[in-house]
Design a protein around this ligand. Sequence first.
Ligand code: ZN
Length: 236
Amino acid sequence: MDQNIAKLKQWVQESDNIVFFGGAGVSTESGIPDFRSVDGLYNQKWKYPPETILSHSFFERDPEEYYRFHREKLVIDGVKPNRAHTRLAELEEEGKLKAVITQNIDGLHQMAGSKNVLELHGSILRAYCSRCRKPYDADVINHGQGVPRCSCGGVIRPDIVLYEEGLDDDVIMRSIHYIRQADVLIVGGTSLRVYPAAGLINYYRGNKLVLITRSSTPTAADLVVHGRIGEVFDQI
Ligand code: ZN
């Protein structure tokens, strides 16, 4: 076993206060493409960059085009949790892991069995009316046709944080709470330098900050484990 993975395994064995912070890389290993990845066909199908379509003002202006993008690029049917998701759920069940904080919107941590999941960017598995806030089954946004509307006439929207919108204060406060008192903080599928990871990880006070990454960029983590996140979690 890789020496750094062995060290991570030891830290995990010794701790009962682990927090995981995950980014897009956790989901891409389940076959969910990063919506920001612009393939060759992109410009033939879409007139705007993803960051524009997934913005608050665009949603208000052109919900029809928003939903065309949402259903084609954000909703990926048949995806399953990978070993990172399932191992994190096991560690929570064993009383070792306190929280999963994720930037992903796909609900795969819950599907794997995790209970305490803090979704910084919300979830496409929840929907609500943008006018009266009545909750709706996510099927109407993810698999319906056209623009889904509430009985009040308002447009039903996904419970995700669009560009130009702020993160949920309660989710932020709870994330800070767990990070601040974590013994081991494991970060995977994201870089430590980009928002919102960078700002939140600053609250960590311990000396067991672990970064699982496939890149070789230098970083300030206490332990860097190189590899695919699912394969790393399979060994700890
Ligand atoms: Zn309504």
